[in-house]
Design a binder for this molecule. Structure first.
Ligand SMILES: NC(=O)c1ccc[n+]([C@@H]2O[C@H](COP(=O)([O-])OP(=O)(O)OC[C@H]3O[C@@H](n4cnc5c(N)ncnc54)[C@H](OP(=O)(O)O)[C@@H]3O)[C@@H](O)[C@H]2O)c1
Length: 229
């Protein structure tokens, strides 16, 4: 254990983009932050060095590794006060071309991973600990080219609602729904701006806004928003 007594937050995918903003905000909020990475080791290590946390590798598509990950977190930090599920994949997967493996990958990373990781980390959580899921305000628009992604985010929110009922001890559950925050790499800039300009688009619009919502949740504000469409 490194710093006995300090509150510990784990941020999956906390080394870059929205996840990095969440890591920074939680560190400013007094947490010892553990960002996780899969391929972005360098970025995650840089964020960890900047905020004084330590980055850990985690592949959400490999649930057989979660028990070992939980043991490591316990060994290095001894507790978990806030678990933020920010990591996700967002591949273009139109129904006409999506493969079974492509479909499964989206659900493995975006849904099964967060669900089973939460379960594996429950023993480290104390009374009053929080679990916060990063959903997507646009998921219910069911974008045709991203149908598995949208379905995985809707299911993740449903899982959060179930968890809020069934969580052991006094564990708080929240969902944050970003809107169009950052374009996926390679997404045409003009199209992105057009989408953002559309009045139908909802949700939080900046990485810092997402991070602030999570800080409010960490501070005790309930943000399980209405889960029905
Ligand atoms: N960007 C937006 O406008 C937007 C809008 C609505 C909702 N969201 C949600 O906000 C969250 C963050 O979005 P973002 O755009 O910042 O994401 P991003 O840039 O695509 O980053 C995703 C993160 O997930 C991690 N990741 C991917 N596959 C993984 C795996 N198998 N195991 C563990 N980690 C894995 C990546 O880690 P490595 O880089 O280390 O591989 C990366 O840190 C996501 O949940 C997303 O669905 C984003």
């Amino acid at each position: 254990m490194r710093e006995a007594g300090g509150k510990v937050a784990l941020v999956t995918g906390g080394g870059r983009r929205i996840g990095a903003a969440i890591s920074r905000a939680l560190a400013r909020g007094g947490y010892i932050v553990v960002p996780t990475y899969r391929s972005g080791r360098g970025e995650a290590l840089r964020i960890a060095a900047e905020i004084g946390g330590n980055a850990l590798p985690l592949d959400l598509s490999r649930p057989s590794t979660f028990a070992r990950f939980a043991e490591r977190l316990e060994r290095e930090h001894g507790r978990l006060d806030l678990l933020v599920h920010s990591a996700a994949v967002f591949p273009r997967t139109p129904l006409s071309t999506v493969t079974p493996a492509g479909w499964d990958e989206v659900f493995a990373v975006n849904l099964r991973g967060p669900c089973l990781l939460t379960r594996a980390l429950f023993p480290l959580m104390r009374r009053g600990a929080g679990v916060c899921f990063v959903g997507d305000a646009g998921a219910r628009d069911l974008w045709p080219a991203y149908l598995p992604y949208c379905l995985s985010k809707i299911a993740l929110e449903a899982f959060a609602a179930g968890l809020a009922e069934a969580a052991p001890r006094d564990i708080r559950v929240g969902v944050v729904r970003p809107g169009l925050v950052l374009p996926p790499p390679g997404f045409p800039r003009e199209r992105w701006e057009r989408l953002r300009g559309s009045s139908r688009r909802r949700g939080i619009r900046t990485p810092e806004g997402v991070a602030r919502a999570i800080l409010r949740f960490a501070g005790g504000e309930g943000i399980i928003s209405k889960l029905s469409p």
